[in-house]
Write a protein that binds this ligand. Structure first.
Ligand SMILES: *Cc1c(COP(=O)(O)O)cnc(C)c1O
Length: 355
């Protein structure tokens, strides 16, 4: 059911997250599916922000309905509470048992106010008498830059394959939270058998030693590259939390719940898909691959790779256009990353000035 390597890692993650108990899983997806199956039953419904990780999207959209568990999506970002209210009414408020948030969203990097969603969940519970569990996928900023439990989230969840593992040499997931909820999640983990191996636990403990140093350095390099991109004539728009303008609602949410910007950047190059492909082909330091959070810098094309399964109108609504490139900034020297980015962007013709 468990082993000492995992228990040591779980105690340390609970300390990072300021929660009571954590559980390790064989992947981020098994952490997500085990949690949902533990907490919901036939006839229940759940709400989720969008965009979310493609695997989570598929689980909610195609697999849960087979068990008569309905899921509806609400755009991440500034108007999430209005969206949750409307979708809860549409599904029947008394059926809602779980609200799933991914913040910041990937690849649009929209922040969702965790505290506001938690307040909404408590109000819903008071109206319906049914428990509503708020689950935050904290893969992109946690545990170094974001601690959702401090803002009222009931469960905090990770793909440990990304920053927690950090070396692209393991696949794992984690959930942490209060004892009572974690007892239900741990029981389901036992019967689905979704815990991971002792060796993965050992690798995760190794990785946890450096997660703070890695994420801080990666975030610093990403902020420098985001500035370069924002000033570059070949680039239409850039999303990175370091570029949020004071006075905007997104900046206020970022200030409230995050202590660092993280190392994912999404940017749109002028010239659409062909220009984006040209840039991706020219990278020499950034490698063309999905995944994120490792020591090596990666670049990918969400429209044809990570988000190819999502309906075109949903992609358009969340800014996943054919010209969009997502990068995960690693630990290489900043001067190498800068030179690689400038070199790749030279392929974009910029005759007519920035639109
Ligand atoms: C990668 C990822 C997952 C899935 O994790 P796996 O370990 O690949 O199963 C879930 N959520 C987010 C935000 C991710 O980036």
């Amino acid at each position: 059911l468990n082993n000492p390597n995992l228990q040591i890692f779980e105690d340390r993650i609970a300390a990072w997250d300021r929660t009571e108990r954590a559980a390790t899983f064989s992947s981020g997806m098994s952490a997500i599916s085990t949690t949902i199956l533990a907490l919901l039953k036939h006839g229940d419904a759940m709400l989720s922000t969008a965009p979310i990780y493609g695997g989570t999207h598929h689980l909610l959209e195609h697999i849960l309905p087979r068990l008569s568990i309905d899921a509806r999506f609400v755009p991440a970002g500034d108007h999430v509470v209005e969206g949750l209210e409307a979708q809860a009414k549409a599904l029947g408020e008394e059926r809602i048992g779980l609200i799933f948030i991914e913040t910041p969203s990937n690849p649009s990097l929209q922040h969702t106010d965790i505290h506001a969603v938690s307040r909404f969940a408590r109000a819903l519970e008071a109206r319906t008498g049914k428990r509503v569990v708020v689950v935050v996928d904290n893969t992109l900023l946690g545990p170094v830059f974001q601690r959702p439990a401090e803002f009222g989230a009931d469960l905090v969840l990770y793909s440990a394959t990304k920053f927690l593992g950090g070396h692209s040499d393991l696949v794992a997931g984690v959930v942490s939270g209060r004892h009572d909820l974690m007892a239900e999640v741990l029981a389901m983990r036992t019967f689905l058998g979704t815990m991971t191996t002792p060796f993965n636990g050992w690798l995760l403990n190794r990785s946890l030693e450096t997660v703070s140093v890695r994420m801080r350095r990666q975030s610093k390099s990403a902020s420098a590259l985001a500035k370069l991109l924002a000033e570059h004539p070949a680039v239409e728009r850039v999303a990175h939390p370091s570029l949020l303008q004071p006075g905007t609602p997104q900046h206020a949410v970022f200030q409230q719940q995050c202590t660092g910007a993280g190392s994912l950047i999404a940017f749109e190059v002028r010239g659409g898909k062909d220009a984006a492909f040209e840039v991706l082909n020219r990278f020499e330091v950034f490698r063309l691959a999905v995944s994120l959070g490792g020591t090596e810098s990666l670049a990918e094309h969400p429209f044809s790779m990570t988000h190819a399964d999502v309906a075109p109108e949903e992609n358009e609504a969340s800014g996943v256009t054919p010209g969009l490139i997502r990068v995960s900034v690693g630990l290489e020297h900043l001067s190498d990353l800068r030179r690689d980015m400038e070199w790749a962007l030279q392929s974009v013709p910029v005759g007519v000035g920035k639109s």
